[in-house]
Design a protein around this ligand. Structure first.
Ligand code: NAD
Ligand code: UDP
Length: 324
């Protein structure tokens, strides 16, 4: 086991952050989880609270933070379209001011810092599959821009702090990731379809369902970002982390119906503005530099996720607070 270090995980109570905290605590590190609980709840990390190596801090990363840490995983940001469009100005502030604050902290402490970026930096891509060298096709004035452009600006800040201040950075572009502990009301396609199927409600395919996504199971994703943080210092990214298996949204709906045994019908609803038509990561760089590739196929991951959705009480979850 590598030596124990102090690690800050922003957004650590969220879907991916809580799994990352679990994993880092399990490796013997001192983990500080910082979150404002905008799209998550304390229950996600309740099982870690009694652990002597785990600390939970309620804090909003749009404000500066003074801590002593060796590594920072910057995951704090609403991630689903419904959540990030709920308060778009706040989303942009979280991406940009949050990045500045966390990079400032990294600079002061001499910490290594990883940014959770996104495949949304590619927008509605003309290049398929998406390689890291593709510069993207983002509508800067559309409803997704608060997130897409916020994450693009954060990448710029990371690169400039690296070039100007020699901060040791890593940038990971995460493609659609799913699994247990997704927020059941986040409005993402996997959580919507499973929730609808389990309750016998209509399954809401947006548009004709021919748009594609590539779905990565959360364990594969967490493994990828940990490898990136611990990888060679001359490979800072951006690197795509995602599962290249590509499915239409209608295929996903059919799989969910099959695995839940649901009698739900598939219905078509209006396609959201600027919804990307296709998305699939080229993971050549991750394979070459990190020896990483996903291991969990969509079928296997969906079955585990459905099991988890069956085990929770939906009334324990709420949508983002309107007073935020
Ligand atoms: P999530 O919403 O479950 O987690 C985000 C966490 O950040 C939540 O706990 C939320 O309360 C917290 N947060 C939001 N704004 C904050 C702020 N200003 N200060 C402090 N905490 C704040 O989403 P997730 O899927 O776990 O995503 C984690 C990260 O990965 C995000 O940065 C997201 O953009 C990125 N990402 C996720 C996916 C995916 O498919 N899950 C895809 C691409 C990128
Ligand atoms: N989608 C859908 N029905 C839903 C939710 C989403 O058909 O109930 C579609 C959405 O239009 C998009 C895809 O599923 O084409 C993935 O949406 P999600 O919000 O999960 O993530 P995105 O990749 O768009 O950020």
């Amino acid at each position: 086991m590598s030596a124990s270090i102090r690690i800050l995980v922003t957004g650590g109570a969220g879907f991916l952050g809580s799994h990352l905290c679990e994993r880092l605590v399990g490796k013997g590190h001192d983990v500080i989880c910082v979150d404002n609980f905008f799209t998550s709840q304390k229950t996600n990390v309740a099982h870690l609270l009694a652990h002597p190596n785990f600390e939970l801090v309620r804090h909003d990363i749009t404000h500066p933070l003074f801590l002593e840490v060796d590594e920072i995983y910057n995951l704090a940001c609403p991630a689903s379209p419904g959540h990030y469009q709920y308060n778009p100005i706040k989303t942009m502030k979280t991406s940009v001011l949050g990045a500045i604050n966390m990079l400032g902290l990294a600079r002061r402490c001499g910490a290594k810092i990883l940014q959770a970026s996104t495949s949304e930096v590619y927008g509605d891509p003309e290049v398929h599959p998406q390689t890291e060298s593709y510069r993207g096709c983002v509508n800067p004035v559309g409803p997704r821009a608060c997130y897409d452009e916020g994450k693009r600006a954060a990448e710029t800040l990371f690169m400039d702090y690296h070039r100007r201040n020699k901060i040791d950075i890593r940038i990971v572009r995460i493609f659609n990731t799913y699994g247990p502990r997704m927020h059941p009301y986040d409005g993402r396609v996997v959580s919507n379809f499973i929730r609808q199927a389990l309750r016998g409600e209509d399954i809401t395919v947006f548009g004709d369902g021919s748009q594609t996504r590539s779905f990565c199971y959360r364990d594969d994703l967490v493994e990828g970002i940990v490898r990136m943080m611990n990888g060679a210092s001359d490979f800072i990214g951006p690197v795509n982390i995602g599962n290249p298996g590509e499915f239409t949204i209608r295929e996903l709906a059919e799989l969910v119906i099959e695995f839940t045994g649901s009698k739900s019908k598939i219905i078509e609803c209006p396609l959201p503005v600027d919804d990307p038509t296709r998305r699939r990561p080229d993971i050549t760089l991750a394979q070459k530099h990190l020896g990483w590739e996903p291991k969990v196929a969509l079928r296997e991951g969906l079955i585990k996720t459905i099991e988890w959705f069956r085990s929770i009480r939906l009334e324990d979850y709420r949508a983002p607070t309107p007073n935020f």
